[in-house]
Design a protein around this ligand. Sequence first.
Ligand SMILES: Cc1cc2nc3c(=O)[nH]c(=O)nc-3n(C[C@H](O)[C@H](O)[C@H](O)COP(=O)(O)O)c2cc1C
Length: 210
Amino acid sequence: MSLLENLNWRYATKKYDPTKKVSQEDVDKIVEAARLAPTSSGLQQFRVIVVSNQELKEQMVPIAWEQQIMADASHVLVFAAWDRYTEERIDTIYNRTTDERGLPRGRFGSYTDKLKAAYLPQTAEENFVHTARQSYIGFALAIAQAAELKVDCTPVEGFTSEELDELLGLKEKGLKSVTLLPIGYRDNENDWLAPMKKVRNAKEDFVLEY
Ligand SMILES: Cc1cc2nc3c(=O)[nH]c(=O)nc-3n(C[C@H](O)[C@H](O)[C@H](O)COP(=O)(O)O)c2cc1C
């Protein structure tokens, strides 16, 4: 199936079959699509936490505003972004880039100086607005990869991030949760949304041609 056919196939699954588990191979591919996401200045400002532990998934139900999909999905992927930029974070990725490309460290020094001058004077909240945006790129690619594998998923913003960060100990890692992606297999019989038409703006309303 083509990418567009897969995007038409997928929908925000409301009811999962709790007996069906996504294979490790497919979980790895979905995470890999997120890892390969482009990010602003290549800083890779987000991480993916893979939750398969049933007890943890159940604890996520009240945090996710009673959405039972947390417990019934096979896995929940948590997209979490840096809580702020630091000099070390910027240097670490650029040192890795120069090392892996066989370039001298500091090759991108004038560029990283510009990044530090732009981001480090900002508040943590301003930084997080930018880092969180990057995580949505990986989030979207993971959704598309899941569709290609015929794995169902639900993009979720309906949760209290502070509570989830506490549950998963993300603050200590300098991360804040942004979105969740339960993945699994639809319960076709009991999901009210499964047979519904996909509704989108008409192309002529969506595209503005100049
Ligand atoms: C960022 C984001 C957050 C969303 N949060 C939720 C959510 O918390 N719960 C839910 O059931 N659906 C959630 N959705 C699903 C949307 O409602 C759904 O994608 C949209 O209505 C389009 O339908 P479709 O995905 O089935 O094509 C979210 C979607 C996105 C992109």
